[in-house]
Write a protein that binds this ligand. Structure first.
Ligand SMILES: Cc1cc2nc3c(=O)[nH]c(=O)nc-3n(C[C@H](O)[C@H](O)[C@H](O)COP(=O)(O)OP(=O)(O)OC[C@H]3O[C@@H](n4cnc5c(N)ncnc54)[C@H](O)[C@@H]3O)c2cc1C
Length: 339
């Protein structure tokens, strides 16, 4: 392990609440180390697209059995808007960046994994190997590929949503609901989401109201249920969100009515963060996710799917688990072929 790394570890690990600026310094130091080592190898056992919890957990599993991997990380993380990460046993409340650094400390002990902090823009199967192409013109070969590039949230779904996202407008009650305890919750969206979430956030809330945001999909049965449960229901389209310093204060509807709410549950539509799997020929589901044929296996031999791309439930712990599984499946296939 290099002197630079040891120095940063010694100042980072004892202090859990240091600013994220330190973490960026550490990432920079890793970039320097990569350059100093004469850049990356030309062939790896596994090419991992994504340096979030899924990709890093895959890398840890791979390095533990003596295989090599390159983690490609364009440094766009889904939970970047959240200062802290909840509901990860033993790491509850830690900054998401710090968790990634701790996983890298684990990986780096085995000296089998390199990092490329740049975007992969194309990927092809050439003979028995996969070839990944970076935005700077470099390329790298690998025997297997793990797609852990995550999904992106379409925050344009409501005006100003970006301003409150990850703080007072959230998608997952297990991630950030407790921090909004005692709030007046607006639960926004289609009935499958709002009716599911209403019962989950009720114990945390001062009040809950459902905002259909113009959806015509609320059935008579849904509306009867909402009425019986005495939940406030607003069918109109939301035209504005207002507040100060990322703290939501009110919602405006298309009829001009304003409702004071200081917390919002909403699940914006998501899409794949990259089309690399499509370029490889991976089949998609009708919802636009990668089709998983078995556990973490895609429809293309040698290509595995991990993290938010692989799971219905999106959380750091679940992403890590599927990453670890994808790493193990990739190594098992390589090991079997090379025995
Ligand atoms: C606002 C918010 C708050 C959240 N809070 C919590 C929480 O408190 N607790 C919790 O458990 N979960 C939380 N989540 C969910 C959690 O963030 C995700 O489930 C988790 O990050 C998924 O991990 P991942 O590795 O699959 O993807 P990501 O973390 O999104 O990582 C994707 C990686 O792929 C890289 N990438 C993408 N395309 C390319 C490319 N072409 N080339 C190279 N690299 C590429 C990105 O740079 C990144 O490194 C939150 C989500 C959001 C939106």
């Amino acid at each position: 392990m290099s002197i630079i790394n040891t120095f940063f570890e010694s100042i980072l690990i004892p202090h859990r609440n240091f600013s994220s600026a330190f973490l960026y310094v550490k990432i920079e130091s890793e970039r320097m180390q990569l350059k100093m080592r004469g850049t990356m190898k030309t062939l790896y056992d596994v090419l991992i697209i994504g340096g979030g919890p899924a990709g890093l957990s895959a890398a840890l599993a791979i390095s533990r059995v003596g295989r090599t991997a390159l983690v490609c990380d364009s440094q766009v993380y889904r939970n970047a808007a959240a200062k802290h990460m909840q509901n990860f046993p033993s790491r509850d409340g830690m900054s998401p960046l710090e968790l990634k650094e701790l996983i890298k400390n684990d990986i780096n002990k085995y000296e089998k994994v390199d990092y490329a902090y740049k975007k992969v823009i194309d990927i092809k199967k050439e003979g028995p190997l996969f070839v990944g192409y970076f935005e700077d013109g470099q390329s790298v070969q690998a025997k297997k590929v793990i797609l852990a590039h995550g999904v992106k949230d379409n925050l344009e779904t409501l005006p100003n949503l970006r301003e409150y996202w990850g703080e007072t407008a959230i998608h997952c009650p297990y991630c950030h609901g407790y921090e909004l305890k005692g709030s007046d919750f607006a639960i926004v969206g289609e009935p499958e989401y709002t009716l599911h979430i209403a019962g989950i956030v009720k114990p945390l809330s001062s009040s809950i109201s459902i905002f259909a945001n113009g959806s015509k999909r609320y059935s008579e049965e849904n509306l009867k249920f909402i009425q019986e449960k005495k939940i406030e229901f607003h069918p109109g389209r939301i035209t504005n969100l207002s507040g100060l310093n990322h703290k939501l204060e009110s919602l405006t509807l298309d009829n001009g009515d304003i409702y004071k709410k200081n917390a919002m549950m909403i699940r914006p539509p998501t899409s794949l963060s990259s089309d690399l799997g499509i370029k490889l020929g991976c089949a998609l589901t009708s919802e636009g996710n990668y089709l998983i044929e078995m556990k973490v296996k895609s429809s293309v031999p040698g290509v595995f799917i991990a993290g938010d791309l692989a799971e219905m439930a999106h959380s750091v712990l679940i992403a890590s688990t599927s990453g670890s599984m994808a790493g193990a499946f990739a190594c098992s296939e390589i090991g079997h072929a090379e025995l």
